[in-house]
Design a protein around this ligand. Structure first.
Ligand code: ADP
Ligand code: TRP
Length: 321
């Protein structure tokens, strides 16, 4: 079974990225052949600062390795180290109906928020389809917002296979419902582009301030809160602490007597401790960037071995070779 996923180096990674995609992906590295990459070509649709892209790409590598991606088990590389993927994206684009891309929520959301609609942003799901199909991927672990892109990938694969003969493996998205859309500090889906994130490796003081600043309602601490399970801090606490601790806080909030300040303090402490081992590992890795770069280089070599075979198959099926 081959598992594949990617993450854009478009800003600091956050709890949504971690619980929605990275942790499930890291757990899957023991269950099949895992292929994970840093989607720097994709980041070009929204980030236009070269130095920033370089820095972010290295940061994503550090974050992912610190969180437990094991390069002995998973193949880990930077997307642009395999430019083969752009050739496949071109081939696939000729079989992609405009309407299929016009229906994509992520494109519609981004343009609705005022991001200028360049061709790359529109064609984004085709490049993503190429990422997935180039590796004969079976399973694609992602958050809920990426589900539609995997469905588009399936549509494109079906079209190619019908047109040129069976070539591509059909991928399945894998979404963990409990963490499919982790909420941000404003209650909307946590996202780099909404400025509502809690970073995995955020600065201590700034993150404490962000968590303590989560806006709650005006009920008094003594008031019982029958909707305690809907409370944002409770929901986040469930992610970063053992179930009995989170359940205890939820019950105390429901019964009345627990103040929001104390709840948020607990959330910060649990968050900080939850990532303490990864934080230490990250500091170690950051002191040895040559090692990190070597991991990505060797990952690119291993990835190329699969990609070149599948690309050759697609070239040959479509009459290019
Ligand atoms: P962002 O929205 O912050 O730009 P990305 O689009 O780079 O995040 O997402 C990278 C991965 O993390 C994707 O698989 C995405 O589905 C997942 N993800 C992002 N935000 C969340 C969230 N709030 N809850 C669950 N998964 C998320
Ligand atoms: N579009 C994904 C995101 O923003 C990143 C990505 C690019 C990806 N190519 C992929 C995810 C292939 C899974 C598979 O999160």
């Amino acid at each position: 079974m081959r598992i594949l996923s990617g993450i854009q180096p478009s800003g600091a990674l956050h709890l949504g990225n971690y619980f929605g995609m990275m942790r499930p992906a890291i757990e899957l590295q023991d269950q099949g052949e895992a292929f994970y990459f840093i989607a720097d070509y994709h980041s070009m649709t929204s980030l236009y600062d070269a130095a920033q892209r370089r820095k972010n790409s290295l940061d994503v590598a550090l974050d992912f390795l610190a969180c437990g991606l094991d390069p002995q088990k998973a193949v880990f590389w930077k997307q642009s180290d395999l430019p083969e993927v752009t050739e496949l994206a071109w081939i696939l684009s000729t079989l992609t109906p405009m309407g299929l891309l016009e229906r994509c929520h992520s494109y519609k959301d981004k343009t609705a928020r005022g991001i200028s609609a360049n061709h790359g942003l529109f064609a984004y799901p085709v490049l993503m389809a190429a990422d997935i199909l180039l590796f004969d991927s079976n399973i694609v672990p992602v958050g809920r917002d990426q589900k539609q892109h995997v469905e588009v990938t399936r549509d494109i694969a079906i079209k190619f296979n019908e047109t040129y003969g069976p070539t591509f493996v059909m991928p399945e998205p894998q979404i963990r419902e409990s963490v499919a859309a982790v909420p941000g500090v404003d209650g909307q889906k946590m996202s780099k582009s909404y400025g509502n994130t809690i970073e995995i490796f955020g600065d201590e003081k700034a993150t404490r301030k962000k968590i303590m600043g989560i806006v709650m309602d005006s009920r008094q601490p003594a008031d019982p809160k029958p909707d305690a399970d809907k409370n944002l801090a409770v929901q986040l606490l469930k992610l970063v602490s053992p179930c009995d601790v989170a359940a205890d806080y939820e019950n105390r909030l429901r019964a009345g007597g627990l103040g929001y300040g104390d709840l948020k303090k607990e959330l910060f402490e649990r968050y900080w401790n939850h990532f303490a081992p990864a934080r230490a590992k990250r500091a170690e890795l950051a002191a040895n960037l040559d090692h990190v770069r070597a991991v990505l280089r060797s990952g690119a070599d291993r990835a190329r071995a699969v990609a070149s075979r599948v690309l050759q198959k697609a070239r040959s099926a479509s009459g290019l070779a």
